[in-house]
Design a protein around this ligand. Structure first.
Ligand code: ADP
Ligand code: TRP
Length: 316
């Protein structure tokens, strides 16, 4: 029986947080027994915001350890980095030639950057096309991501359709897989939790760091139930049970935050320990990444043979 395929990626742009975990990474682990999986470290994507080679190098190793520590099994999921498979950037170029500028100008990330009057590099503008190549080379059925990536997966579908229409059917249309309950995990300030907002609870935080982050959660002064605290707490405890507790302890923000700190600690402590174990043998972890890259390269290069055939550059 042919297994279904999932594929997703994380940028090595900083420490992952519980929003990344519940919104995306946890799904990778949940899917790995029933699906063949690809978990990417999208280092070329991260270049648009990270131009420090030492940091890039460290971050790549960090995402690798994160993947292993959350329980991804390299025998079930191909863990690899984008820069090991040059077919991604090659296919991106081919997709560039069938994607129009006005179409990409409708992407949220581009519109946000434009609104903020940021200087936009071509890589940032083109970001969704590289992501389409990441996805379509491997023919995944589903792409588990948080809500903010929904549009990018739709762009990948559109590009696949355009290619198929222009040159003939070779790309499977992927579906975004978004868990409703955790589509947007809020940060300590109530906005979406994000590395770029400085409002995160890091996934592998030490106790003191968890405590500091929880204590900094902005509490609404009206009503006894601090919504921001509750919204994060429900990731760690049954919602009905929590509702009762929050009603009983109405107005006691400090106590509720202390309880949340303990609940997060209980959840994170074993992950943190596992991560420390993997960190003791970096060469072993890197061997997993390298082997994953080789496996991915095989699949991607086969797909590129088909692509080159379709566009007519195969003359030998
Ligand atoms: P960030 O916004 O912190 O830079 P990334 O862009 O690296 O995060 O996102 C990695 C994955 O985590 C993506 O699938 C994204 O949709 C998901 N994700 C990021 N932040 C959240 C959040 N606050 N809630 C749910 N999912 C999220
Ligand atoms: N754009 C995604 C993010 O910022 C990362 C990403 C790159 C990705 N390529 C991908 C996610 C392919 C899923 C599939 O989070």
């Amino acid at each position: 029986m042919i297994k279904k395929i999932f594929l997703s990626g994380i940028q090595p742009s900083g420490r992952p947080h519980i929003g990344n975990y519940f919104g995306a990474m946890k799904q990778f682990v949940d899917l790995q027994n029933e699906y063949d999986g690809y978990a990417l470290i999208v280092d070329y994507h991260a270049l648009h915001s990270l131009r420090n080679p030492t940091e890039m190098n460290e971050n790549i190793k960090n995402v690798l350890l994160d993947y292993l520590a959350i329980g991804l099994d390299p025998n079930k999921v191909t863990i690899f980095k984008q820069s090991d498979v040059s077919e991604h950037t090659e296919l991106c170029w081919i997709f560039d030639t069938i994607t129009t500028m006005p179409y990409l100008m409708r992407a949220h990330a581009f519109k946000d950057a434009e609104q903020k009057n940021k200087e936009i590099d071509v890589g940032t503008f083109n970001y969704p096309v590289l992501m389409a190549a990441d996805i379509l080379l491997y023919g995944p059925d589903v792409v588990p991501v948080g809500q903010d990536q929904k549009q990018h997966v739709e762009i990948a579908r559109d590009i696949a359709e355009k290619f198929n229409r222009t040159y003939g059917e070779i790309f499977k249309l992927p579906e975004a897989m978004i868990m409703k309950q955790v589509a947007v995990v809020p940060g300590t300030d109530g906005r979406k939790m994000s590395k770029s907002y400085d409002n995160t609870i890091p996934l592998f935080a030490e106790y003191a760091e968890i405590k500091k982050a929880v204590m900094s959660i902005v509490t609404d002064s009206s009503g006894g139930i601090p919504q921001n605290v509750f919204a994060i707490h429900r990731l760690f405890r049954d919602e009905n049970e929590l509702k009762k507790i929050y009603e009983e302890k109405s107005g006691k923000y400090k106590e509720l935050k202390e309880m949340l700190t303990e609940d997060i600690e209980k959840f994170i402590a074993p992950l943190r320990e596992k991560r420390k174990e993997f960190a003791k043998d970096i060469p072993k972890a890197l061997a997993i990444l390298k082997a994953g890259g080789e496996r991915a390269k095989e699949v991607a290069s086969k797909k590129m043979v088909e692509v080159r055939e379709k566009i007519g550059v195969n003359v030998y």
